[in-house]
Design a protein around this ligand. Structure first.
Ligand code: NAD
Length: 493
């Protein structure tokens, strides 16, 4: 088949690209989106958050793109109505940039006049570290909805198995009785071991606040580690996080900010093993333990790995200019080194104007959305002003919700504000505990270039975004930032 525009990847960025192209007047029959996933684009951030909730979980079609960005929910019918061909379950095995073609695993060849590469990033795998046992079952990654379903199925299966074991041991019955559940329903669920029945038991256990005795090991202390550890803990599993750094979320949090999150996680019963690598995975076909760099061993019913991601640019190696990490180098309109070929989202290495045009990749949904919008304008011949992105990151876990605006590179000073001690963390982590509020400002050359906030009100987020975008002058006495917190940014509006 031949199309005017082919968008490759099918992730969130492709969904937003379609939205923008339609808004700019794209005619039916001009666009095809190709993905190896089984479903049309969805808001990927849900997978490591609400998708893992034991109750009221997010499920498709509820979170198809563009609901996260305040847009229409683009179901398969939406694409059909707009005359957009959405080729799901279609893996591209070869790309020929010179010939302007993509070859699918089926052998079918798609040709295009313009290509938008939105292949995203692939998880770093344990096999990349040559970790013995990396191939065992029960080791999970989380990138797409199929991965999330596999993780939840493993949780359900482990619980079904664990349920039987604990019933034999007797401890579970007491728990169930305490939770006001009938022994009959527990036994029925244990016998059935079906996912649906297991899920019913799971919810009961979580309602009862019970201990299941199933061990989940989360490898990595970044976004996936933090969010999925919270999800698995809500599912009632005993969670241990293993990460090489000295504190969680080392790429954003200062040691002081991280201390709050670590105390909070520990108060939630999550064990944190810092400065440790998961070296080896043992088990008979399926993982049952993890050997750490200090030689100790952790039991594991399942393992979740969040050890970072790499740009998925392999199809284009040798055909397009790539940066050292494999990101596809683009200009301020997301044009690559080849005529008519664009790259957007996680895979694109673009000039960050606020950093003097340094090439960066941003693995975050806000950039996926806005890079799609920028490329759509360029594709439709609008010749937009160069992309002027302000870095932004957010994450949510339990009753926590944090955001980071701006930059931190080169900052000479970080001033934190609010109550960050372990007692405050434990109070917030207690059932029904207060949502915390605190933050930090990054200062470079007397200017506020970055800001972090936990528990922001909408107007505080807007104020922090504005002061960091403007690189507002920091007060002469930075103690004022400490004393005023977010109120300082609000006073600058
Ligand atoms: P990450 O970069 O946030 O964290 C990687 C973590 O891997 C590090 O913090 C470190 O603890 C760990 N690590 C590094 N080397 C290791 C090793 N040898 N052994 C064990 N651990 C090691 O990446 P991630 O958490 O895997 O997330 C993957 C992608 O998904 C990223 O692109 C991320 O931005 C994205 N994501 C973003 C969000 C969000 O923005 N809220 C949420 C989920 C995922």
């Amino acid at each position: 088949m031949a199309y005017e525009v082919v968008a490759l990847g099918g992730g969130n960025a492709c969904g937003y690209l379609a939205k923008e192209l339609v808004a700019l007047g794209l005619q039916p029959g001009k666009l095809a989106i190709v993905t190896d996933e089984a479903v049309v684009a969805y808001e990927r951030p849900a997978l490591s958050k609400a998708y893992l909730f034991p109750e009221g979980a997010a499920r498709l079609p509820g979170f198809h793109t563009c609901v996260g960005g305040g847009g229409e929910r683009q179901t398969p019918e939406w694409y059909k109505e707009k005359g957009i061909a959405y080729l799901t379950n279609s893996r591209v095995t070869a790309a020929d940039v010179a010939a302007k073609t993509l070859t699918l695993a089926s052998g079918e060849v798609l040709s295009y006049q313009q290509l938008v590469i939105a292949t995203g990033a692939d998880p770093v795998r344990l096999a990349d570290f040559k970790a013995p046992g990396a191939e065992l079952g029960g080791i999970h990654y989380l990138r797409n909805v199929a991965d999330a379903d596999a993780l939840l199925a493993a949780v359900a299966a482990a619980k079904a198995a664990g349920n039987k074991a604990v019933v034999v041991g007797g401890g579970y019955i007491g728990l169930e009785v305490a939770a006001g559940l009938s022994l009959l329903s527990v036994n029925a669920a244990a016998a059935a071991a079906a996912a649906a029945a297991a899920a019913a038991v799971v919810q009961a256990v979580v309602v009862g606040g019970g201990y299941i005795g199933l061990e989940a090991v989360v490898v990595g202390g970044g976004y996936i580690g933090l969010e999925v550890a919270a999800g698995l803990s809500l599912q009632g599993l005993d969670v241990t996080m293993v990460f090489p750094e000295q504190h969680l979320m080392a790429r954003i949090l200062t040691p002081e900010l991280a201390a709050f999150y670590m105390a909070y996680y520990e108060a939630k019963g999550i064990k944190l093993l810092k400065g440790q690598l998961a070296k080896e995975f043992k088990g008979d076909g399926k993982v049952s333990s993890v050997v750490l760099s200090d030689g100790s061993t952790l039991p594991a019913d399942l393992v979740l790995v969040g050890a970072g991601a790499r740009p998925a640019s392999g199809l284009f190696a040798g055909q397009l200019t790539l940066d050292k990490a494999g990101g596809i180098v683009v200009d301020g309109s997301f044009k690559t080194s080849a005529e008519g070929v664009y790259a957007i989202g996680d895979v694109a290495s673009f000039p960050l104007l606020v950093a003097g045009g340094a090439l960066v990749r941003q693995e975050h949904v806000t950039h996926a959305r806005s890079s799609a919008a920028q490329a759509a304008k360029a594709l439709m011949g609008a010749n937009p002003a160069p992309y002027d992105y302000q870095p932004y990151f957010y994450s949510r876990e339990f009753n926590l919700s944090w955001q980071f605006f701006g930059q931190m590179e080169g900052a000479e000073q970080v001033v934190s504000w609010g109550v960050l001690d372990a007692a405050a963390a434990a109070a917030s982590a207690a059932p029904g505990g207060p949502s915390p509020k605190f933050g930090a400002y990054w200062i470079k050359g007397g200017k506020v270039i970055g800001a972090f906030i936990e528990g922001a009100a909408a107007e505080e987020s807007a104020a922090l975004k504005a002061v960091t975008a403007a690189a507002a002058a920091a007060p002469a006495d930075v103690a004022e930032l400490k004393a005023q917190g977010a109120a300082w940014a609000l006073s600058k509006l």
